[in-house]
Design a protein around this ligand. Structure first.
Ligand SMILES: *[C@@H]1O[C@H](CO)[C@@H](O)[C@H](O)[C@H]1NC(C)=O
Ligand SMILES: *[C@@H]1O[C@H](CO)[C@@H](O)[C@H](O)[C@H]1NC(C)=O
Ligand SMILES: *[C@@H]1O[C@H](CO)[C@@H](O)[C@H](O)[C@H]1NC(C)=O
Ligand SMILES: *[C@@H]1O[C@H](CO)[C@@H](O)[C@H](O)[C@H]1NC(C)=O
Ligand SMILES: *[C@@H]1O[C@H](CO)[C@@H](O)[C@H](O)[C@H]1NC(C)=O
Ligand SMILES: *[C@@H]1O[C@H](CO)[C@@H](O)[C@H](O)[C@H]1NC(C)=O
Ligand SMILES: *[C@@H]1O[C@H](CO)[C@@H](O)[C@H](O)[C@H]1NC(C)=O
Ligand SMILES: *[C@@H]1O[C@H](CO)[C@@H](O)[C@H](O)[C@H]1NC(C)=O
Ligand SMILES: *[C@@H]1O[C@H](CO)[C@@H](O)[C@H](O)[C@H]1NC(C)=O
Ligand SMILES: *[C@@H]1O[C@H](CO)[C@@H](O)[C@H](O)[C@H]1NC(C)=O
Length: 453
């Protein structure tokens, strides 16, 4: 048979195909072409490898966790970057022309955890930057000209390290900013105009591990569009100070709020006028009580979920009891010992109740009378010795967890179940008898029918 001559298009197309679909970085870097994307993560690289030019655009390139110290001029020549991750290296210097070729295409730059002491001029050339992650660099200030240059589209920034001793005034150019994350800074107060240039655009604010004693009211109370507020590890911030900072208008746009590990003994009243508020999360705060009026004036009719874990609450707060819209209530690892008859009286829509890991030993027989929607109850790791009789007040309970509870299985204690006429057939109870080696469900099925009376 006659050998087929190699068709002419192979000489033209093949190299083109190879250059289009070859990884621009040598192994062990890896590429995927769907986005397209190059991963050179955790390789101990001390310099950016030489790039095989590619005509493909819109690259995401990730050099997370290497040993890059210096980014030279033209380091990424030959590839059009969209996202560049240089986080967790030891970068001290970035040459002015470092991003040449990609200066108009980079939208996301992450350079968290490096050794930058000032913003490199190269950043100022990124005309279309939308997101900039700068946390964990010993930056002392932000160059005003650079901030001005990147302000056109920048909507996200995170920054902070102990070296930042004053509010970086360069932020005032970021008039489009919608998400701001501040971590590990050293200043203990914010200037009154800290957020003023982006007060109309800010939707997300997160402040972590700072010695802030107050959030300045003249900046906070103008944040009409703030949807999500997260405060974590700001141990010098008191509920009163947060309260004062957000007066008199409150934060009317709030949807979600998280407080964690700030040492709060009560919650600040930042919920007034927050008519769209959906959820509140409180973790590792020594909360002892909530103001009875916390959720009264103008409280959200959209409110669905309150999650509190590891607090010092010793009862279900009164202000919570009356929230009609709430569907999920969790107060776990706290100090609640007793459930009263009115603890959930206003919660007509409550579906899930989680009170696990509280020292609860008694639940009022009259609890849950108003909770027609309640189906899932978590009382695991409490001190309950019997199944709360008040579950008979529920319309259609589906699940009750009593796992880890010292339940005493006896006719005296559980015999009432025999007379519970409306017990739904598919109602599941999780847990074990503490006095006999039996699952609660098995005991109910096999032993309770034998009880007399
Ligand atoms: C990087 O260097 C560290 C310490 O020298 C070593 O333990 C690690 O295995 C190296 N990782 C790679 C991917 O070479
Ligand atoms: C600002 O952007 C212009 C235009 O790209 C550039 O020439 C200039 O060097 C930039 N300045 C700074 C301080 O980044
Ligand atoms: C903040 O500082 C802590 C140590 O105090 C460190 O573990 C953490 O990685 C830092 N986080 C950021 C985002 O700066
Ligand atoms: C809180 O403030 C005190 C006194 O101003 C200061 O000594 C302490 O370091 C601050 N705490 C934190 C976590 O910054
Ligand atoms: C917050 O302010 C209101 C009055 O504006 C006050 O009733 C409430 O006690 C304050 N809460 C805290 C925690 O300071
Ligand atoms: C917020 O509520 C207060 C009353 O507590 C009221 O004076 C103020 O006008 C309200 N502000 C907005 C923006 O709704
Ligand atoms: C409720 O909010 C409206 C505006 O949204 C405000 O005019 C009114 O004063 C607020 N009332 C209370 C009691 O906060
Ligand atoms: C709740 O707090 C306890 C510590 O009291 C912790 O062990 C647990 O992981 C926390 N659970 C959640 C979901 O945060
Ligand atoms: C828990 O609540 C009881 C009262 O019910 C109180 O005596 C005790 O001090 C509280 N414990 C903690 C750690 O707050
Ligand atoms: C639980 O509290 C009620 C009062 O609401 C009381 O009548 C009942 O005896 C208590 N149960 C136990 C086991 O102490």
């Amino acid at each position: 048979m006659k050998a087929h001559p190699v068709p002419i298009y192979a000489y033209v197309l093949l190299p083109l195909l190879i250059s289009c679909f070859a990884c621009p970085f040598p192994p062990p870097c890896q590429c995927s072409f769907r986005y397209p994307n190059a991963l050179c993560v955790g390789l101990n690289l001390t310099s950016i490898p030489k790039i095989f030019p590619t005509p493909y655009g819109g690259w995401g390139v990730n050099f997370l966790d290497n040993r890059l110290r210096h980014i030279p001029a033209n380091a990424f020549q030959g590839i059009k970057l969209q996202t560049l991750v240089l986080s967790e290296n030891v970068i001290e210097t970035v040459e002015d022309q470092a991003f040449s070729g990609s200066e108009n295409s980079i939208t996301d730059l992450e350079i968290v955890g490096n050794k930058l002491t000032s913003l490199p001029t190269a950043f100022g050339k990124l005309q279309n930057l939308q997101a900039l992650s700068l946390s964990k660099n010993p930056l002392r200030d932000f160059d005003q000209e650079i901030m001005k240059n990147i302000s056109k589209l920048l909507t996200y920034i995170d920054f902070g390290s102990r070296e930042l001793r004053q509010w970086p005034t360069g932020l005032k150019y970021l008039t489009k900013l919608s998400m701001l994350v501040i971590t590990n800074t050293s200043f203990d107060s914010l200037p009154g105009d800290a957020f003023s240039s982006f007060k109309a655009s800010l939707q997300y604010l997160e402040i972590n591990n700072t010695p802030l004693k107050t959030l300045h009211y003249s900046s906070m109370n103008k944040l009409y569009h703030l949807q999500e507020l997260k405060l974590n590890g700001n141990t010098n911030l008191t509920a009163e100070a947060i309260n004062d900072s957000t007066k008199p208008d409150g934060l009317p746009g709030l949807v979600q709020v998280t407080f964690q590990n700030n040492g709060l003994t009560t919650l600040p009243d930042v919920f007034q006028n927050a008519s769209q508020l959906y959820s509140i999360t409180v973790l590792d705060e020594p909360i002892v009580s909530l103001d009875d009026n916390l959720f009264t004036s103008n409280f959200s009719s959209e409110f669905q979920s309150l999650t509190m874990n590891n607090t010092k609450l010793s009862h279900v707060p009164k202000c919570v009891s009356k929230v009609n819209s709430i569907t999920r209530l969790q107060i776990t690892n706290s100090n609640i010992s007793f459930i009263g008859k009115d603890d959930f009286y206003g919660m007509m829509n409550l579906l899930t109740l989680d009170l696990s890991a509280n020292p609860i030993w008694n639940v009022s027989d009259d609890a849950f009378r108003k909770n027609n929607a309640l189906k899932y109850l978590h009382f695991g790791n409490t001190r309950l010795q019997d199944i709360p009789r008040s579950i008979q007040n529920l319309k259609s309970p589906k699940y009750l967890s009593l796992s880890g509870c010292p339940i005493v299985c006896s006719c005296d204690n559980l015999g009432w179940i025999k007379n519970w006429k409306t017990r739904p057939e598919n109602f599941q109870i999780d847990g074990k008898c503490n006095n006999v080696k039996t699952d609660l469900m098995d005991y109910i099925k096999n032993e309770i029918p034998k009880c007399t009376g």
